[in-house]
Write a protein that binds this ligand. Structure first.
Ligand code: ADP
Length: 454
């Protein structure tokens, strides 16, 4: 891709003055890019080897609070440093910011230089290695859905998040005229991200007012997660540059459809699609059936990694294209798992459970772990479910609240085995904290309902 740079390429662009800024970034638990802005001369001379950050960055929440209860770090431990180790294979131009490139970093222990196990990128790498040991590569694509609003983040915040007017006023699902109204934002998003080395396929209007979807061509699991984090950052920044807010909150109003992040998955062996078997009626190999059986069986265990906030669970509503059941179906958008590309080499499974707020590294790590377990245990795939799955009988529900998903995560023997107790305990604490923060707040709804009537 045109925007990907080698380190030598970067050095020569720094020497001509074309590049003066290097963003060194990693993705935190919430899926946000965190890091520093280096003068490019300093980066190519020394900081390309490593830089540092406070280790609270993998133990905080959206508001940068410092909750207790994490074994990895705390006030008692003095909130020391992590090493940020630039992965020089990820250097890329950031064309929407003048003179700027970005490099993604791995997080290492300050003293031992070992990967930090709860670093989302390390968690995904761990599962990719496990899959490699079985002889397979994972190819993934995450769809990014989001809403564009008339006003900017700053204006909306100053207005107390009351005046949330989407950019276009009508359901814009596949609608060219409605999305033309958003082209002053979407065209630079597509073109800048493409020029940053992301294989952008398309954008399209989604099934609500002001709702867009961005599709990026499938890639190896790690590249896919890298692409997703950079694309999300780019969408927000380019919308901001144009005076608008782009929000990935999964459900910003109870009467509106939510935003999701569907994850397409296939396994490959030596460059050939290992999910394909031309002799099967749907073109599904035995490997694919085992993978999907694991994916579906363990979905409640890893739902937290697809839906990490209280708000995420408001999306799972009947009749909204967001699923409520962990079953699979053939090209059916009411199921948690949809078979796509059936009968072709492109046969793949799309997980529809994840919201637009998912962290792509965590979501993919958890789903790969489930698929690997399915393969290892040669799990049997149940037949597909048909029809309107919102009303399906005897189908396993997706955990319906963050509270429920926290317990399925905490008690998941499979995830503890695949990811380690320390990692599962860390994210269980993350989930608990989110619920604790919500529980202590009195909401507008409670006041309006009970103030006079109670
Ligand atoms: P949808 O109807 O869900 O929008 P698309 O045909 O647009 O489906 O494909 C969605 C995503 O699936 C795209 O990002 C595409 O790159 C990805 N995709 C296509 N083939 C594969 C595959 N074999 N494995 C993983 N992802 C794939």
């Amino acid at each position: 891709m045109p925007g990907n740079l080698s380190f030598d390429d970067l050095k020569s662009r720094v020497s001509t003055g074309e590049i003066d800024t290097v963003l060194t970034c990693f993705t935190d638990m919430q899926g946000r890019l965190m890091g520093k802005r280096f003068h490019a001369v300093n980066f190519v001379e020394s900081s390309f080897k490593e830089t540092h950050c406070c280790n609270y960055l993998l133990a905080t929440d959206l508001e940068m609070a410092t909750p207790d209860g994490y074994a990895a770090t705390s006030w008692r431990k003095g909130y020391g440093d992590y090493i940020m180790a630039p992965d020089l294979s990820t250097i890329r131009l950031i064309p929407w910011l003048e003179g700027t490139v970005m490099v993604l970093c791995d997080i290492l222990d300050h003293h031992t230089h070992a990967p930090v196990p709860h670093d989302p990128r390390a968690m995904l790498k761990r599962q990719v290695v496990r899959l490699g040991e079985l002889g397979f590569d994972a190819m993934m694509a995450t769809e990014l859905e989001f809403f564009l609003f008339e006003k900017s983040f700053d204006d909306i915040r100053k207005g107390g998040y009351r005046d949330l007017t989407p950019l276009s006023g009508m359901n814009e699902d596949y609608n060219i005229f409605q999305t033309t109204k958003e082209e002053h934002v979407m065209r630079p998003i597509r073109n800048h991200l493409f020029a940053a080395g992301l294989p952008i396929e398309n954008s399209k209007g989604e099934a609500e007012t002001g709702q867009e979807e961005l599709n990026i061509r499938y890639a190896s699991a790690l590249d896919c997660a890298d692409h997703h984090s950079i694309a999300k950052q780019g969408v927000k920044e380019i919308a901001w540059q144009n005076g608008h807010a782009a929000s990935f909150l999964p459900k910003w109003h109870h009467d509106k459809v939510g935003s999701s992040s569907h994850v397409h998955q296939s396994l490959w062996k030596d460059g050939d699609p290992a999910f394909y078997d031309e002799s099967d009626a749907l073109g599904m190999s035995q490997l694919m059936k085992h993978y999907m059986a694991g994916l579906i069986h363990y979905a409640p265990d890893y739902t937290f990694f697809l839906a990490p906030y209280v708000n995420s669970y408001k999306r799972f509503a009947k009749g909204t294209f967001a699923p409520t059941k962990t079953v699979w179906s053939v090209d059916n958008r009411t199921a948690g798992f949809r078979l796509c590309g059936e009968g072709t080499k492109g046969v793949r499974v799309e997980c529809r459970i994840g919201g637009s707020d998912l962290n792509p590294y965590l979501a993919q790590a958890a789903m790969l772990a489930a698929g690997i377990r399915g393969i290892e245990d040669q799990m049997e795939l149940a037949p597909p479910t048909r029809g309107d799955i919102y009303d399906a009988k005897n189908a396993q529900d997706i955990p319906q609240t963050l509270r429920a998903a926290t317990e399925t995560l905490r008690n998941s023997a499979f995830l503890r085995e695949a990811m380690g107790d320390d990692v599962v305990d860390h994210y269980t604490r993350n989930a608990e904290w989110e619920q604790e923060e919500f529980d202590r707040v009195v909401t507008d709804w409670e006041i309006a309902r009970g103030f006079e009537r109670a």
